[in-house]
Design a protein around this ligand. Structure first.
Ligand SMILES: C[S@@+](CC[C@H](N)C(=O)[O-])C[C@H]1O[C@@H](n2cnc3c(N)ncnc32)[C@H](O)[C@@H]1O
Length: 254
């Protein structure tokens, strides 16, 4: 298993550096809610990280309860500190071995986690076990063939590393078909993550994502300098939001 998130520095930086404007988070939860098969759903978030989505789903999907599972204790500690909610239970566990009974959930949500899983077919089988028939898996990721994040404009070396880490669309669809899921939809969804390039720069100063661990300190610094120069060049009155686009794959348990 990828243990990079066991680093307490990264867990703290992740919470600060990956917040989303409330309107963007709400738009994501509305998209998730559009796939929920019944009222008051039981939701499991796998790789819940610092809990931003788990708490948001509990707040805005009426009557929902959320089991938020993550393999990293430091990430769970940040989640409990920053995103407590009476309908969310944070629990240590792995995608390949979820601490829950069979047929327990209506929805499983995985955001930015599928590329971390060392045995994706096994995780897909585990999701089939814990979901009820008709339950849905919603995967928020970027497929290898569509890697287009703003971060590559400033750290181009990250693209080739991510081409090795992220699954292609056909691979993911095949793993879930083999595990007993039908494809419901593959969509693309984009939302602002910061109000400006300046805000984006001040967030990335803290190296808030695991992908930066593959860079030397010099490579990280050079990219940050490129980003700082671009942010300075953006006139204050012409600032535009930084937008991140994701692929969303939705599967239904047969
Ligand atoms: C990039 S973070 C995503 C956090 C959150 N879902 C989000 O979108 O902000 C990836 C998370 O997946 C967790 N993770 C990695 N491998 C895992 C596994 N096999 N089982 C459960 N969680 C895992 C890490 O500990 C980390 O918290």
């Amino acid at each position: 298993m990828n243990r990079v998130y066991d680093d307490e520095r990264l867990a703290g930086a992740y919470e600060r550096g990956n917040e989303m404007p409330e309107a963007s988070l709400r738009a994501w939860v509305e998209l998730i809610a559009s796939y929920v098969p019944r009222p008051s759903p039981a939701i499991v978030e796998i790789g819940a990280g610092t809990g931003m989505f788990s708490a948001a789903m509990a707040r805005w999907i009426g009557g929902s309860s959320v089991l938020a599972v993550d393999a990293s204790e430091p990430m769970l500690a940040e989640a409990r500190r920053h995103h407590p909610h009476p309908a969310v239970r944070y629990m240590s566990g792995a995608a390949e071995n979820v601490p829950a009974p069979s047929d327990a959930f209506d929805v499983a949500f995985l955001s930015r986690v599928i590329h971390h899983l060392p045995d994706r077919p096994r995780a897909a089988r585990e999701l089939a076990r814990i979901l009820r028939p008709g339950g849905v898996v919603i995967i928020r990721t970027t497929f290898r063939e569509r890697l287009d994040a703003v971060v590559y404009d400033y750290w181009p070396q990250l693209r080739s590393a991510d081409e090795r880490r992220f699954p292609g669309e056909a691979e993911l669809l095949a793993d879930f078909a083999t595990a007993g899921f039908a494809v419901r939809e593959v969509a693309s969804f984009a939302q602002p993550v910061t109000a400006s390039l300046r805000d984006y720069h001040s967030r990335l100063i803290h190296r808030p994502q695991s992908k930066f661990a593959s860079l030397t300190p010099e490579q990280f610094h050079e990219g940050l300098q490129r980003l700082a120069a671009a942010a300075r060049a953006e006139p204050v009155e012409q600032q535009v939001p930084v937008i991140e686009r994701y692929d969303v794959a939705v599967f239904c348990r047969r």
